[in-house]
Design a protein around this ligand. Structure first.
Ligand code: SF4
Length: 346
């Protein structure tokens, strides 16, 4: 029997090692060794050596191979390139949160797929096309290895790397659950963010499953014709269907809806864009996250400061809801939003 560590919650691991004489206590110790130290448990107080040998013989501790690690000299973002079960690069980014002296920490942006089938026009990962889904351990190990390479703790995980998380729903939710295990990485469920380009069935499942993670939806335009040009997801799951599912999400969770908006100069930063957004979100508590587009090809450009301020003011006026600008760092090392895998295009 092969028990794949980093692929199981503590409860699942416990159920698998019980027939071998294992217990919940042992499962917790094995999880701590695997997730916090990237190692097999060697011994421990109150653990029978004979049972541990039997359990260890059945366990495998899979590891991603780190192919590259590139650190930005500008903002200390780090881009990691890994290889997993089969060929294909898996990219992840370590985001430093070093502004509070007494609370230095990192957030890790993980990939859920290699490539992405969604084809968003402003994203290089989309241009790669879809290669394959990642398994739970391949997602978990991005965080485990980055935490092992870090001076300060990893306190948050965002599923905003390569891939559309809702199209690899089971593996993503399993990985998120493992990352929350108190005897492992102990990441708070509220510090795990699942991002989607608007896969409506995924959002509905997320509601039904009562997942406690933060949800961010990439909207980028409230005008279906513009959105369709930028995000082909609009063809299958229209803005109307998406907003209907988000109203349902709010009704069930009472959570504010976080909408991310990739800012593209001259495309989605006008007064009409703000008015259209106000119209479709009427009565719904939302927060708008503005992110500069990162297009290494130069087809799409971020707005100037003047254009950004104009749009931000227009949003605040029209929506009367919080609007913030999210810093998309690591552009110099191709770690910015939408840039992962862009180095393959050179
Ligand atoms: S923005 Fe996200 S969903 Fe769209 S192509 Fe890129 S990785 Fe896929």
């Amino acid at each position: 029997m092969n028990i794949i560590l980093k692929n199981l919650t503590t409860e699942e691991l416990c159920n698998q090692i019980k027939p071998l004489g294992g217990s919940l206590y042992l499962a917790r110790k094995i999880q701590t060794a695997a997730l916090c130290h990237n190692d097999m448990l060697k011994h421990g107080p109150g653990i029978s050596g004979r049972v541990l040998v039997r359990v260890r013989e059945s366990c495998v501790l899979p590891q991603l191979k780190m192919l590259d690690r590139i650190e930005s000299s500008k903002d200390r973002f780090v881009r990691y390139v890994f290889e997993g079960e089969s060929k294909g690069a898996i990219e992840a980014v370590r985001i430093p949160l070093l502004h509070r002296h007494d609370d230095y920490k990192y957030v890790v942006c993980v990939s859920s797929q290699i490539g992405c089938p969604m084809g968003c026009a402003f994203c290089f990962t989309g241009k790669m096309g879809f290669v394959r889904n990642l398994s739970p351990w391949e997602i978990v190990d991005q965080v485990v290895q980055i935490a092992g390479d870090s001076q300060y703790p990893v306190k948050g995980v965002v599923f905003m790397g390569m891939g559309e998380p809702m199209l690899n729903y089971d593996a993503v939710m399993k990985a998120a659950g493992i990352l929350c295990e108190p005897c492992g990485m102990a990441i708070s469920s509220k510090a795990i963010t699942i991002s989607t380009s608007g896969i409506v069935p995924g959002i509905k499942r997320f509601i039904e499953d009562k997942k406690k993670y933060r949800l961010i939806v990439s909207l980028t335009s409230a005008n279906p014709a513009i959105r369709l040009k930028l995000m082909p997801v609009e063809k299958k799951w229209s803005t109307d269907l998406l907003m209907e599912s988000l109203r349902e999400y709010h009704k069930n969770t009472n959570e504010r809806i976080i909408l991310s908006w990739t800012l593209i100069s001259g495309v989605n930063t006008g007064i009409i864009d703000a008015k259209e957004l106000a119209m479709i979100t009427k009565g719904l508590p939302v927060k708008i996250d503005l992110i500069d587009v990162n297009d290494p090809e130069g087809k799409f450009n971020p707005p100037s400061n003047e254009e950004l301020n104009f749009f931000r003011d227009a949003l605040r006026r029209e929506l009367a809801m919080p609007v913030s600008r999210r810093y998309s760092g690591g552009a110099d090392i191709k770690a910015g939003c939408g840039m992962l895998a862009s180095h393959f295009q050179n």
